[in-house]
Design a protein around this ligand. Structure first.
Ligand code: PLP
Length: 391
């Protein structure tokens, strides 16, 4: 009996960093107090008005299938938000609601990349990209990110790697895992290169509302308004603290939306109806929540960066967006995995080795500072003690 196509696909996938999480969970179950710096989600509750909107929808019986593309009310709210944040208003048939940003990335790749096409993306990367590009049988063209460039993928690097074999450029700004942000100049140059080489751009903008120090978000969609080659993926998980709701969207050329509509109808019929009502409320009346959590994140960012720069063997630059830092640990002489495990065992601090996000993460750790300032300080104090003991 055949094992099915998934068995072959599984071989193409790297291993996610589950062992750290599993170990931390085991230690916590045994009563050890663990500081959790590995979790990539805000530790705030979803705003009450968003919960109320979804509850109201449930009470009113809004519990059946809705259009595969998404409910018109949410599509309208997304169009308004894109107009406000990216400076153009997508047409109705350029928007699709999906259960999270991840499906946007999946369908974005599925509808544009053929087997053997080259896909340009950053290393370190968000784990899903590397897996999916592997599943798709596309060729991985990874661009190394360097601390000296503040972990930006530079236009020169893209220029050196783009060719007529390039099917798609995958951008992620602000970036997971480094917090790096592409400048307006970077975005302009990369968007123009994509046009010259007639290649798609998939732009994961899930952290676009999470920027610091007056930094602005620039989207490569400015050039074609998502009419020809640019696909924006965004969602509600991070800025509105809605990871469990599973809600996101894509804005894309209408042929891509049409293909995704057909595919998604086969996969799941639609995104949960009442969840979408919560999304409408988040986009229409959620800005004060985003402003409020960004004030918290600004304080946390300062606490984590200042703290890490006091830990022996570590140094850390300020991230420009998202809620991750990528401290340099090269001075310790230890491998990232070795140090991550050491800090878990000795300090009870769970974080991820930079290598969980690709080879270029060697010599770095990834910390999510979606924790209170008190927890951040506790984690830093413990890391200081653990590092003083070995250095
Ligand atoms: C860069 C990036 N894209 C997408 C996602 C997934 O977002 P969602 O929960 O909306 O699927 C994450 C989550 O960590 C992420 O870091």
């Amino acid at each position: 009996m055949s094992e099915g196509i998934a068995a072959d696909f599984a071989l193409l996938r790297g291993e996610p960093p589950l062992k750290y999480l599993a170990k931390a969970n085991r230690m916590a179950a045994e009563g050890r107090d663990i500081v959790r710096f590995e979790i990539g989600q805000p530790n705030f509750d979803t705003p009450d008005n968003v919960k109320e909107a979804a509850k109201k929808a449930l009470d009113e019986g809004f519990t059946h299938y809705v259009p595969t593309l998404g409910i018109p009310e949410l599509i309208e709210a997304i169009r308004d938000d894109v107009e406000k944040t990216r400076g153009f208003r997508p047409d109705e048939d350029q928007v699709m609601v999906l259960p999270g940003a991840k499906p946007g990335i999946f369908f974005g790749l599925m509808t544009t990349v053929a087997m053997g096409d080259e896909v340009i993306y950053q290393n370190p990367f968000y784990f899903q990209y590397d897996s999916l590009i592997g599943y798709m049988g596309a060729k991985k063209v990874q661009i190394s990110l360097y601390e000296k460039d503040e972990f930006r993928m530079t236009p020169q690097q893209v220029q050196d790697n783009i060719s007529d074999k390039t099917g798609l450029i995958l951008l992620n700004t602000p970036q997971n895992p480094t917090g790096g942000v592409l400048t307006k100049k970077d975005i302009k140059a990369i968007a123009e290169m994509a046009r010259e080489h007639d290649t798609y751009i998939l732009s994961d903008e899930i952290y676009s509302k999470m920027l610091y120090e007056g930094e602005k978000h620039y989207s490569p969609s400015y050039l074609d308004q998502c009419k020809e080659r640019t696909i924006i993926v965004d969602g509600f998980s991070k800025a509105y603290s809605m990871t469990g709701w599973r809600l996101g969207y894509m804005v894309a050329p209408k042929e891509i939306i049409h293909k995704t509509d057909l595919l998604f109808a086969d996969v799941a019929s639609c995104t949960a109806s009442f969840v979408q009502k919560g999304g409408v409320e988040a986009l229409r009346n959620g800005q004060s929540f985003v402003d409020n959590i960004m004030e918290h994140f600004t304080r946390r960012r300062k606490a984590i960066v200042e703290g890490l720069n006091e830990v022996p063997g570590m140094s850390c630059i300020y991230p420009k967006g998202a809620f991750y830092v990528f401290p340099n640990i090269k001075e310790t002489g230890m491998k990232s995995e070795e140090l991550a495990l050491h800090l878990l065992d000795e300090a009870g601090v769970c974080l991820l080795p930079g290598t969980a996000f690709g080879s270029q993460g060697e010599g770095y750790l990834r910390i999510s500072y979606a924790r209170s300032v008190e927890e951040i300080r506790k984690g830093i104090d413990r890391m200081k003690t653990a590092m003083e003991d070995i250095l």
